[in-house]
Design a protein around this ligand. Structure first.
Ligand code: HEM
Length: 222
């Protein structure tokens, strides 16, 4: 008998769609340049706050959003690839999906982190660039505008291709789960906590992360 299981709690879903929208907006504003860069900088703080939130949520969030639920050993990845994974390995992030999630979070963090120290030497400087020597600014700017940017675009492309493949070829409605939170599974797996208390906790963490991100932006102007 199929079981409906809450996989993605509301905070994780809001995080995901806010991150997706802000990342696309950051790419667009960077490509437009000029005055749009003011929004690029503002969105950078939004993405930083979102990433800080996700780092904390990876420890206190719902069962399937916790890092330990999708931190797999190499033999678990191999078993999954050979079609011998355990049912709970296909409920949230699969061993393969987990690799791309960690890579995406790391590359996004590096992209935002280097953005804080970047300087295009014309109009725009990251809020912390005043605090570091020129060679650090050069290295950060190069990563941000070159390798980091290409890595991020490649990972996003891979992310969308993987989702399309799982949805169309494997008939796993992953996007619906990221919208509604629920998946219909053959096994009765535990639900992610997603009640009022959990959501209030997420709100407090999100506000604290927004304040930290704003504070980091102010550091350069002190
Ligand atoms: C373009 C910017 C996007 C970024 C930066 C992004 C980033 C991410 C991240 C970090 C996760 C892990 C979620 C978590 O555990 O917190 C994730 C998962 C997911 N994303 Fe995206 N995403 C983007 C766009 C999209 C789009 C457009 C779709 C749908 C068409 C999508 C569908 C999904 C789904 C279904 C998952 C869950 C995958 C799974 O079940 O393992 N994403 N995404």
């Amino acid at each position: 008998m199929p079981h409906t299981v809450r996989i993605w709690d509301l905070p994780t879903r809001l995080f995901h769609w806010a991150l997706a929208a802000s990342t696309v907006a950051m790419i667009v504003t960077a490509k437009i340049g000029g005055n749009a860069m003011i929004w690029h900088l503002r969105l950078g703080h939004v993405v930083l706050a979102l990433l800080l939130f996700r780092l904390v949520w990876g420890f206190v969030g719902g069962r399937w959003s916790r890092f330990r639920s999708f931190l797999y050993a190499p033999r678990q990845l191999l078993a999954y690839l050979r079609g011998r994974g355990r049912p709970e390995h296909s409920a949230g992030h699969s061993p393969l999906g987990a690799l791309s999630v960690f890579a995406m979070l790391a590359v996004l963090l590096a992209q935002v982190g280097t953005g804080l120290f970047s300087d295009d030497a014309i109009f725009f400087a990251g809020p912390l660039s005043r605090l570091v020597p020129g060679d650090v600014i050069d290295a950060a700017t190069r990563w941000h505008a070159e390798l980091g940017q290409y890595l991020l675009l490649a990972l996003l492309g891979l992310h969308l291709l993987a989702i399309a493949w799982y949805t169309l070829a494997r008939r796993r409605p992953l996007v619906r789960a990221m919208l509604t939170g629920d998946r219909t599974l053959p096994e009765p797996l535990p639900d992610a906590a997603d009640g009022r208390r959990q959501r209030l906790l997420a709100l407090v963490i999100a506000l604290a992360c927004a304040a930290i991100s704003w504070g980091i932006g102010r550091l350069g102007s002190i």
